[in-house]
Design a protein around this ligand. Structure first.
Ligand code: ZN
Length: 187
């Protein structure tokens, strides 16, 4: 573990305590999450968490990688949102980056932000396919989130694609068809 990773883990522990989250049990496995603390123009806590909404970045006509920092800048400056709308962004190499702080209300699924976490994979999955590293990361992240929030991954409406709740192609056909695989891994 290098110094940066050590500090990230330390920050995660500290945040966990500040959030008032219960101490995780030994069976909980938090994947390595790269945490940078973006500045948001407003903070509002999410009252309840009963769903994980899966997205792709879905840039027009291009399947490309993105960083949480780039999405944060785009959502804040172009969309005029508080900051990055997703709670997690998964890079093509499988790195999980924290976006919006986990306890905050996100901006990723209209009408559903107050009760869900937004998990976004970098790419356009109507064109390309999620990488093996991204699939491994999203499975581990969702499994941990289901345990953290006490969710049953096989229950209808718990792990959903953005298109299940809004009129959108997101998260693209090549990721959408693999949601069952994610649910089964989490259960
Ligand atoms: Zn989406």
């Amino acid at each position: 573990m290098n110094r940066r990773e050590f500090l990230c883990v330390g920050a995660a522990c500290l945040l966990g305590m500040l959030d008032g989250q219960k101490i995780v049990e030994a069976s909980y496995y938090e994947p390595m999450i790269y945490k940078r603390f973006f500045q948001f123009t407003e903070y509002e806590e999410r009252p309840v968490t009963d769903a994980l909404v899966i997205h792709h970045t879905g840039f027009l006509n291009v399947d490309k990688d993105s960083t949480a920092a780039a999405v944060h800048k785009f959502h804040q400056e172009d969309r005029k949102w508080a900051g990055i709308g997703y709670h997690y962004l998964i890079r093509k190499d499988g790195m999980i980056e924290q976006g919006r702080r986990p306890q905050m209300i996100g901006a990723h699924a209209f009408g559903h932000n107050k009760h869900s976490i937004g998990v976004c994979l970098a790419g356009n999955f109507d064109i390309g396919k999620p990488t093996n590293a991204q699939m491994k990361a999203v499975k581990e992240l969702c499994r941990w989130l289901c345990r953290k929030y006490g969710l049953d991954p096989m229950k209808k409406g718990v792990i959903v694609g953005h298109r299940d709740v809004n009129d959108t192609a997101c998260p693209g056909k090549h990721l959408y068809k693999r949601l069952g695989e994610i649910r089964r891994f989490c259960s």
